[in-house]
Write a protein of this length. Sequence first.
Length: 366
Amino acid sequence: MNFIINREQLLSPLQQIVSVIEKRQTMPILSNVLIVISENALVLTGTDLEIQLIAKIHLDTAESGEITVPARKFLDIVRLLPNEAEIKIELKDDKVKISSGRSRFSLTTLAADNYPEFSEAELENQFLINAGQLKKALDKTVFCMANQDIRYYLNGLLFHISNSKLKLVASDGHRLSIYEDNIGTATGYEARIILPRKGVLELSRLLDDDEAELNIQFSNSNIRIYFKELTFSAKLVDSKYPDFSKVFEQTFFNQIHIQRQLLKDALTRVSILANEKFKGITFDISEGALRLNSHNPEHDEANEELIIEYQGEAISIAFNSQYVLDAVSNLDSELAVLTIASNASSCFIEEPEQQLYKFIVMPMRL
């Protein structure tokens, strides 16, 4: 194995691969990146056995071969070489020799034959979607995913494909976000899959080109996504996502219309004196006015009054200020619309015009 490559050509794909590789591994070879050269193409692979990322780089000339090297050491070497440096990489005996200018490095290796195969079932479903479209959908939902919840289906993101519609749903049990969009072409099927949390975060980070097209293929147990010269694969969460449709089947108070930025700024100020652990803020709503109130165990207090559009009976309800802030920050409109369930079990936060994005937050007792 012997090839020459420009630093810039290698650095970005290598960084993407290394982010998938866990720092602590049960198998030493999983800390390595698999390097395969064939037909003037360099293929880099990284995996933690739950997620796999493959990057393909075209080379002018190369001598074929395959080997694995320590991923983070390899990345550090490439990263710290000068911009536009030419890097020569060759396999000699059981070492990979890296040279560039007057710099010389020698890395220990493990045989490519021992690199574990990423097991995948046959992928019977597929659809195409614009990368920018999916990135927006992810940005609007990922912050609601649970982290290490015993209800493991919440530690991920639901993809619900229904013919030409794609719905993304995330929840941590206290709040829920739904983003629905049209993928443009009829798939002819309905499917629900849960992508695990780490896979969601890695995928979101990879989508750096809004104009690119994604080819998404999946089965009941696996997903594979082709994006430019990258192939992203992940095992899916083996569970059913809870039915959240009942939350829509209830009666509500009248809608509250409020300037999004004013609400965001007021919440940020009032939450300074909220209890650090629970971040609770009371919303006292009456015709034309919203009063925000917070206090903490040190007996500090904050109050703020905002003008709103609301007709109806007075409501007093408390929320985690961070949950409401997250929702309001993700609205694109100037107005925010809040709709509280008449039994005070939930609050919908959305935009006045479009129905693509809905955020639901549960109240808290103070």
